[in-house]
Design a protein around this ligand. Sequence first.
Ligand code: BG6
Length: 506
Amino acid sequence: MAITQNNRPAPTLIFIFGGSGDLNYRKLTPALFNLYLDDWMPERFSIMGLARTEISAEKYKAHLLEGVKNFSRRKEVKKEDWKKFSDSISYIQMDAGEEAAYEKIAASVKKHEKEWGGHPNVIFYLAVAPQLVPIITKHLGKLNICADTKCSRIVIEKPFGHDFKSAHDLNALLTQTFDEKQIYRIDHYLGKETVQNILALRFANALFEPIWNRSYIDHVQITAAETVGVEGRGGYYETAGALRDMVQNHILQLLCMIAMEAPVSFNDDEIRNKKVDVLNAIRPIPVEEIQDFAVRGQYGPGWIKGEKVPGYRQEKNVDPNSPVETFAAVKFYIDNWRWQGVPFYVRTGKCLNEKSTIITLQFRPAPHYAFPSEAAESWRPNRLTISIQPEMDIRIRFQAKRPGQGMILSPVDMIFNYEEAYHDHSPEAYETLLLDVMEGDATLFMRADQVEAAWKVIEPILHVWGTRTPVDFPNYSPGSWGPEDAEALIARDGHNWITLPAPHQE
Ligand code: BG6
């Protein structure tokens, strides 16, 4: 996490494998361009897109510019800014499977060393299909530059493995070439401003920490809902499903941010140690009890906000009888001193009613209400809700007396809203994460043991869902909040899923 702007990163070379792909087009180049406009890029940098496609450097840059125009948070691109920035972009046509092609990388590093008069940071960004990661890593390993543990880094996108074993094997393979300190495993949720702010909320204030435990908190909920379907990624999604795609990584990381103990320092390993402690403390769900703790769903055809959408099984590259879940809800317990007995309910899904990622901590009821029984229709416990996106706010719900005669109580929200409080634009997650890689700060990246511990958490569910074919799919309509079983999962404990009030109700 970059703290101040006084020190720009050292001169840096960025090699993007999958340079002509979607991730670079939508996320990486727009993020790097924004870092450049905000003066965070190194004084000297060079970005090389690597891919098999035959394309001239000019056409390649024109393609990237189109991505910037369509996907950057800045809506306007000044010609002269893009010109200056893109002078540092080049394209290397190569087949990642061909060992000899890697000489082009070695030559490019040498050339820059000569021009810049020193050894730069060298970042290899693997924005490629997972099956290419082993072969690229193996070939990179033969280049001397990778042995430089201080300056050379490799960035790996998700999915990181398919289950515990494959993640473990991938870690073993990566560490044959790179030291753990050189490996940056991305979970883009950790780069979101609102997610980083959880650390500030919890550990920069004296107010919350004393009540942040089983004595005061009744339960925690995490919802990551999307209105989109699989957006043409049916082929990938068929190998993943909601549990792998969202729970194993993003949602468990959010859970860790909420549940971790206070770090002693902002050292990357210190923070990651605290998160691993949480993952290791999550109670393994016995295989024979999975149905009481986890619910899966798949959307059928229907409508979202007046628009007709195909069912998951009708999406391109999806098996017409696919058993893959597009919705998952799970109840976790964390067996440690702080959280014993406090359920953590998480849910995520595609084609749901709204796009919304929120975390809610529901507090226990007040121990005694001295008010007359007619003072409130029902007593609402206090709640702290952290809206990660698209709303960016933190709200605390408490009871207040309605103005007027008599003692009539109703719940109200006290809201901290990012846009109102700060007028600066929030950087995109990829901006933060790319800057951190350039600065060599791994705090917001997943360490090997973290990824493996997260796979272990969901392994029993994967096992049961993988061996028992769902008989009721599709079991929810687009535009709903998922299958009924998900409501039952939480209702059995006397709770209901919390959503943000629509703006007009506030
Ligand atoms: C990705 C998943 O990791 O996160 C996608 O593969 C999902 O399926 C996306 O749509 C959600 O990210 P965000 O930032 O839009 O919440």
